[in-house]
Design a binder for this molecule. Structure first.
Ligand code: C5P
Length: 210
């Protein structure tokens, strides 16, 4: 199988030197890539700016913005069997990017932000019957309900719910829901162990090709 993984944060610039971003280390993406390689799959990672190193056997496409991440995924996804959306892309971008560094005026500065495209949702709409998509949902309350709603909206096969404790940590606790709203996997441990377990579920339940 060839698996596409999005990983890390994206950046949305306000001017040439300032940007808004998300807290995301890329550790979960790296561990998923390693687990997929260990399971014998080919892996393409589309990654925002991160400090982690991906395994050398992975093809990494480096991007900065959500638009670039989507563009790269639109090229790669048709050539892959499935997608794991482990990135934390910015949901908003400034409506305009100033050509020059915005100067201080001593006055409050208001930013107008518009929503970016959702990568997992866009690929979910385009997936063929032999392809699968897995989303992540970082929730602080009503986790199960929100994750099922997200799964339907983004047309995912399964969604892995995690909490803000996962950010920048080597450990994670995930609970995986399917389209029937059932919890099909619960695992807590190192991101390495969690990734291995999630890959195991994907391999045994989502692969649609012989
Ligand atoms: O809606 P929310 O951001 O909580 O959804 C998280 C899931 O959606 C993750 O799988 C994340 O990678 C994906 N996502 C995306 N494109 C965005 C925002 C989130 O693919 N613009």
């Amino acid at each position: 199988m060839r698996i596409l993984i999005t990983s890390g944060p994206t950046r949305q610039y306000l001017d040439p030197v300032r940007f808004i971003s998300n807290a995301s280390s890329g550790i979960m993406g790296r561990e998923l890539a390693q687990a997929a390689l260990d399971a014998g799959h080919e892996v393409v990672v589309v990654s925002g700016p991160v400090k982690v190193n991906y395994p050398p056997a992975v093809r990494v496409i480096d991007v900065e913005t959500t638009e670039q991440m989507l563009e790269a995924c639109l090229v790669e996804f048709p050539l892959c069997d499935g997608l794991i959306g482990a990135a934390a892309p910015c949901d908003y971008r400034p409506i305009e990017i100033a050509n020059h560094k915005i100067r201080k005026t001593g006055q409050p500065l208001s930013l107008v932000l518009v929503e970016t495209d959702d990568i997992v949702a866009t690929l979910g709409q385009q997936k063929r019957t032999d392809q699968w998509t897995v989303g992540f949902a970082l929730e602080t309350e009503d986790a199960h309900f929100r994750a099922v709603t997200k799964l339907q909206k983004k047309m995912c096969d399964i969604v892995a719910i995690n909490s803000p404790q996962a950010i920048d940590s080597d450990e994670n606790t995930i609970s995986v829901v399917n389209s029937a709203g059932d919890v099909v996997l619960e695992i807590s441990g190192t991101k390495c162990a969690v990734a291995k377990s999630l890959l195991g579920y994907i391999t045994s339940h989502l692969i649609k090709r012989p």
